[in-house]
Design a protein around this ligand. Structure first.
Ligand code: MG
Length: 393
């Protein structure tokens, strides 16, 4: 039985992971839970899964959490703050850590888990995008497995099983096209937060759903694929596939193409990341291609969605630039969700921030370089959008 520490337990990835654990009690058990600030749901999860260690990232909620689980026996170790999340990530009894934390906030806990020798089910792409140059050597050094839980990367990983090292020619990332795929480009300037949060196929958290609407999610996944599979940017292509049935494909040296198919259900890549290399029986609805009817494909529209090209450019620049791109995106998306900026300000702010980043962009940055680039880019976006920067009159 695999023992799991789950980071981000009350979010979309967290609750879907717990659904898997609930239905496969002979395969998985929860030893650690960490969440942001949702005390009520975390307390309920503690009662149900009886972890040995828990953490709430918002330290102001610690006493509320302790009160909410005062009658739970046996009491878990209860911690707070980023330090607490890191303790859950490296907890001795865990075999695998599921990283469901949103954004670059997942970087330090993930590094702590790798250094403690844990396998990682990676549901936090920002960690690898910002921290790739630091995270990859650590994975080598500690000999752990980094198992992708992102649906596209899980698909590529599944297709790669049995492919010899030099057999891969290209990666073909599929994209649903996001909330505005059928909206004329002229109308993008007027879309609201509520519009952007309506994803046509996938049920996911708020940040990633906005990233899907701008197609930055696909751009970030290009960088993620580069780090995970060691493919050059020229070998990674994006194809729009509105049905989200093919989760991605690989093209081999002989032009043969392998694809992984399934319903758009995040539990499937999560389960494979947890069960790898085994295949576990589930009672989920099997894919019915007759019911799907047709699978269609089209070119991505780079005029309408500049974020993809921004991500390719940042990936090719290397060093800290992917961290700058990622941080600018996180900050811009947060401002959009707070209704402080417009939808089209998101790519504009990211491009402006990447253009202004001229710091010594070393090809092998340290963790401190990456954290500093992340901090700088967030501040850059905040400064560019502060009221004093807006045109007068
Ligand atoms: Mg994905």
């Amino acid at each position: 039985m695999k023992a799991i520490s789950l980071l981000g337990s009350t979010g979309s990835i967290g609750t879907q992971t717990l659904d898997i654990v609930t239905h496969h009690p002979d395969e998985f058990r929860i030893v650690g839970l960490a969440s942001g600030r949702n005390v009520e749901l975390l307390a309920q999860q503690i009662r149900q899964f009886q972890p040995q260690i828990v953490a709430i990232c918002d330290a102001d909620k610690l006493s509320e959490l302790k009160d909410a689980i005062a009658d739970v026996e046996p009491q878990p170790i209860v911690l707070a703050g980023e330090e607490g999340v890191i303790e859950v990530a490296r907890y001795a009894d865990a075999d695998v850590v599921v990283t469901g934390i949103v954004g670059c906030a997942g970087l330090l806990p993930t590094i702590a888990a790798i250094e403690a020798g844990k396998d990682i089910a990676l549901a936090n792409k920002e960690t690898l995008i910002a921290g790739g140059p630091v995270v990859l050597p650590l994975i080598q050094k500690h000999g752990i497995k980094l198992l992708p839980a992102d649906s596209e990367h899980s698909a590529i990983f599944q297709c790669l099983q049995g492919v010899p090292a030099k057999g891969l020619r290209r990666v073909l990332l599929t994209a649903s096209g996001g909330a505005f795929r059928d909206l004329p480009v002229e109308q993008l300037s007027q879309v609201t937060v509520a519009d952007a949060l309506k994803h046509p196929n996938w049920s996911m958290g708020r940040k990633i759903t906005i990233d899907s609407a701008t197609l930055m999610n696909k751009g970030l996944e290009v960088i993620e694929a580069h780090f995970l599979f060691g493919v050059d940017y020229d070998q990674i292509a994006i194809v729009i596939h509105p049905q989200s049935i093919i989760h991605s494909m690989i093209e081999l040296q002989d032009t043969s193409v392998l694809a992984q198919l399934g319903w758009a259900d995040m539990r499937l890549p999560l389960l494979y990341a947890l069960s790898y290399p085994e295949r576990i029986y589930t009672d989920w609805e099997p894919l019915d291609l007759v019911k799907v009817g047709s699978l269609t494909f089209r070119e991505p529209d780079h005029q309408k969605y500049p974020c993809m090209q921004l991500a390719y450019a940042a990936g090719r620049a290397g060093g800290c630039m992917p961290a700058v791109l990622n941080a600018a995106n996180e900050q811009a998306v947060a401002l959009f969700l707070d209704e402080k900026i417009q939808f089209l300000d998101i790519p504009r702010l990211i491009e402006q921030t990447c253009d202004r980043y001229h710091s010594q962009n070393r090809s092998t940055p340290t963790l401190d370089d990456i954290l500093e680039a992340d901090r700088w880019a967030r501040q850059e976006v905040l400064t560019a959008t502060s009221p004093s920067m807006l045109p007068v009159g």
